[in-house]
Design a protein around this ligand. Structure first.
Ligand SMILES: Cc1ncc(COP(=O)(O)O)c(C=O)c1O
Length: 346
């Protein structure tokens, strides 16, 4: 099977497993694990912040950020297809008492004007108070799209002007950095808090980082504990993170090249792919245009030996990653049009 469902499907390589087996460990909760401490030091550097905290998952990072930045009863402003909005089980309300307002983005991006309109109140004390702005880069459901740096700066500045704290869901921050040629620290350093996921394109079995000021990271450690996320000999998995930062960042460019090759090949075979949207390691296939339901299309493609997933209604997604090589791409270029063959010219 050629598994293009997500970059979360990577399995740790032999070299990464070796690094994990050799890791020096200690009690993470007591901040005695040298490997975790080193990963946090490297993470802070990469995120452009004073300090970073190692976490089991990126979603915990988002939820911790909302808990430490948000004001209970205030508003969280977010793009309406963002992971925080569509895939975190209402955590902003559940954990942090935030009312979420989802705004329609352009390729996952919001504009300063949209924020100003959303942040407007008629001056009474009863209106919602915009409290946190969360930005996603790359943006998952928009198709792995990247924020241009100037737009990002402008929207962060507008958020701050309106009195909001700003969080970056940078689950795929390094994809954005590699694709745009902007260092991750320059992107993430603008925010009050920023997360990075280690178990997507970076190929770790699990793990994430959140960065921010010393003061905020103390609060992040407290929230992490409260969520039950404080660990013990976590250096075993943190070693995978260090390995990934050393070996798996630059190579993300290869995933991006393979995604482009897939997109262009499928488009040439007559499949409805929006080539303009392919900015990183995602390719979106609009099966609705082919008159196919998503489930039916996924089943047909699976029968031909390729796994894709659904992102939005009518749209399937192929994601390239560490465990997808050139041969897999060449095969998928044959197999997917074959699977959808009868519908390609429909
Ligand atoms: C944009 C984004 N943020 C956060 C997450 C959550 O990551 P995790 O599965 O590590 O909790 C994901 C996972 O797919 C994601 O795509």
């Amino acid at each position: 099977m050629i598994d293009l469902r997500s970059d979360t499907q990577t399995k740790p390589s032999q070299a990464m497993r070796q690094a994990m087996a050799n890791a020096e460990v200690g009690d993470e909760q007591e901040r005695e694990d040298p490997t975790v401490l080193e990963l946090e030091r490297r993470g802070a550097e990469l995120l452009g912040h004073e300090e970073a905290v190692y976490l089991p998952t990126a979603m915990m990072g988002n939820q911790i950020a909302l808990a430490i930045l948000g004001e209970r009863g205030g508003e969280l402003i977010v793009e309406q297809g963002a992971h925080i909005m569509v895939a975190e089980l209402g955590g902003a309300a559940f954990h942090s008492g935030l009312q979420t307002r989802g705004l329609p983005g352009h390729r996952g991006r919001l504009s300063p004007r949209q924020l100003r309109e959303a942040g407007w109140t008629e001056g009474g004390f009863w209106g919602p108070r915009a409290s946190v702005l969360a930005i996603e880069n790359t943006h998952n459901t928009a198709g792995g799209t990247v924020w241009p740096l100037d737009e990002l700066r402008a929207v962060v500045a507008a958020g701050r002007e309106l009195g909001m704290r700003v969080h970056l869901d940078g689950a795929r921050l390094v994809n954005a950095a590699v694709a745009s040629g902007v260092p991750p620290s320059e992107i993430a350093g603008q925010f009050d808090t920023a997360t990075l996921c280690l178990s997507k394109g970076l190929g770790c079995p699990l793990g994430a980082l959140i960065g921010g000021s010393r003061e905020l990271m103390l609060r992040a450690r407290m929230e992490k504990h409260r969520f039950g996320g404080a660990m013990r000999q976590a250096g075993i998995v943190a070693a995978a993170g260090l390995y990934a930062l050393d070996h798996n960042v630059e190579r993300l460019a290869e995933d991006h090249v393979r995604a482009r090759r897939l997109a262009e090949g499928w488009a040439a075979a007559g499949l409805p792919v929006d080539l303009e949207l392919v900015e990183t390691n995602f390719v979106q296939l609009n099966v609705a245009v082919l008159g196919l339901a998503e489930g039916e299309a996924i089943d047909r493609i699976r029968e031909h030996g390729v796994l894709l997933s659904q992102t939005r209604p009518g749209t399937l997604r192929a994601v390239t990653h560490l465990d997808i090589g050139d041969d897999d791409v060449e095969q998928a270029l044959e197999l997917v049009p074959q699977a959808l063959g009868a519908h390609v010219h429909a």
